[in-house]
Design a protein around this ligand. Structure first.
Ligand SMILES: *[C@@H]1O[C@H](CO)[C@@H](O)[C@H](O)[C@H]1NC(C)=O
Length: 334
C-alpha cells in the first residue's frame, strides 16, 4: 500500500518533471495522449465522419441516422471526426447554439453515445478555435473531445490526430477575407517544426500493430481541393518512414480510397457528413490509383483486430459502397 508520502510524490512527479523540462529550455511538449482500450476480444471499431456541422441540413441528419444503425451493428467504440465540425465559420464561442444544433441534437442514436475524437478543419479555424477545445463543451456533451493534435492509444492501434491547418500556405498568404484564429499557432514555423517532431517521435515510439493518422486535409485525392502539397512534402515522408497503414482525412466532401504504387499507405477520405455533390473532380495522372470515389454523402467504418483491418464506406441510406481489408501476421515483429 502506498504511504501518503509516496502517493503524493507520485502525483507530483509529472509536475516536477514538467518544471525541470521548462527550466532546462527543453519544453518541447509531447502530443496529448488518450488511452482507449479495445474490446475484451481485442478488436476495436469506429466510424469516421467529416465536414458535417450544418444543423441537420444537406443530409447531415440522414447520415447521422445511418451512422447510428451501422454503429449499433458494429458495436463501435468511438467516432472520429476529420474536422470542419461547424459551418460556415466554426463556433462563435462556447455558448454558440450550433454546438447543440449541429452535434448534440443530430447524432442522437444510442450507438453514437460514445467518445468523439475531433480534429479541426479550416472552417473551424474561421471561428473561435479555443471554444471547440474548451472543457466547457465537454461538460455540455461528454462525448465531445477536440484537440489540435493528439494520440489515441488503443493497444492494437495508435491513432494520431494531426492539426493539418497550419501547414496550408494559402490560409496565411491569401486568407480571402477570412479571419483564421491562429492564436497558439504562431509563430507558424516553430509550431510546424514542433508538430512534425512530435508526430515523428510518437510514431517511432509506437508499439501498436497498426498505425493510423487522421487529419483534416487531403494528402492524395481525386477531389476538388487536390493534393495538399505542403502535406505531401512535409508530413507524408514521416508517415511513410514510420510504416503508417492508413491516412484518413476530410476536406473534400466525398468518400474515396486512393492507393498508389509508390506508397504502402492507404489514403481514405471521409468528408461526406453533409453538403456534397460538388460534381468536380481532379483525377490523378494515373486513374488506377483511385480505388473508389463517391461524390455524395456518407461515412466510413474501421474495424481492427491484431491480424486484420477492415474499412467500409456507406452512403446516405446505409448501403455499403466500397470495402478494403488488409491482414498482418499476428506474430510478426513490428
Ligand atoms: C441527399 O441524398 C440523396 C441520395 O443520395 C440525394 O439524391 C440528394 O441530392 C441529397 N441531398 C442533398 C441536399 O445533397
Amino acid at each position: 500500500m502506498a504511504t501518503p508520502l509516496t502517493s503524493s510524490l507520485a502525483t507530483l512527479a509529472p509536475l516536477i518533471l514538467a518544471a525541470i523540462m521548462m527550466c532546462s529550455g527543453l519544453a518541447h511538449a509531447e502530443l496529448e495522449r488518450f488511452e482507449h482500450s479495445p474490446k475484451p476480444d481485442n478488436s476495436l471499431s469506429f466510424l469516421v465522419v467529416g465536414d458535417w456541422g450544418r444543423k441537420g441540413l444537406y443530409n447531415q441528419t440522414e447520415v447521422a441516422v445511418q451512422m447510428g444503425i451501422i454503429g449499433e451493428m458494429m458495436d463501435i467504440d468511438f467516432v472520429a471526426s476529420t474536422g470542419d465540425n461547424f459551418y460556415d465559420n466554426g463556433l462563435t464561442g462556447v455558448d454558440d447554439p450550433a454546438f447543440d444544433e449541429s452535434f448534440s441534437k443530430i447524432y442522437t442514436a444510442p450507438s453514437l453515445q460514445k467518445q468523439w475524437y475531433n480534429v479541426l478543419g479550416n472552417h473551424d479555424y474561421r471561428g473561435d478555435v479555443e471554444a471547440q477545445l474548451s472543457p466547457i463543451l465537454r461538460a455540455l456533451d461528454s462525448r465531445w473531445l477536440c484537440s489540435r493534435s493528439f494520440i489515441v492509444n488503443a493497444e492494437i492501434v495508435d491513432i494520431l490526430f494531426v492539426d493539418t491547418n497550419p501547414f496550408v500556405d494559402e490560409y496565411f498568404t491569401k486568407p480571402g477575407g477570412y479571419n483564421y484564429d491562429w492564436r497558439a499557432v504562431l509563430p507558424r514555423e516553430k509550431y510546424l517544426s514542433n508538430l512534425l517532431k512530435d508526430v515523428d517521435s510518437a510514431l517511432k515510439e509506437s508499439r501498436a500493430k497498426w498505425k493510423i493518422v487522421v487529419g483534416h486535409h487531403t494528402i492524395k485525392t481525386a477531389g476538388i481541393h487536390g493534393n495538399t502539397e505542403e502535406l505531401v512534402k512535409q508530413l507524408l515522408p514521416i508517415l511513410e518512414e514510420n510504416n503508417v497503414d492508413l491516412y484518413i482525412n476530410g476536406h473534400d466532401h466525398c468518400l474515396e480510397h486512393i492507393s498508389t504504387a509508390d506508397s504502402p499507405i492507404q489514403f481514405l477520405t471521409s468528408g461526406g457528413g453533409s453538403k456534397a455533390w460538388r460534381g468536380v473532380m481532379k483525377w490523378p495522372a494515373n486513374p488506377d490509383e483511385v480505388k473508389f470515389y463517391y461524390d455524395g454523402q456518407g461515412f466510413m467504418s474501421v474495424k481492427i483486430t491484431p491480424a486484420q483491418v477492415d474499412v467500409a464506406f456507406y452512403d446516405v441510406s446505409g448501403s455499403v459502397l466500397h470495402t478494403w481489408s488488409r491482414t498482418k501476421e499476428i506474430f510478426s515483429i513490428v
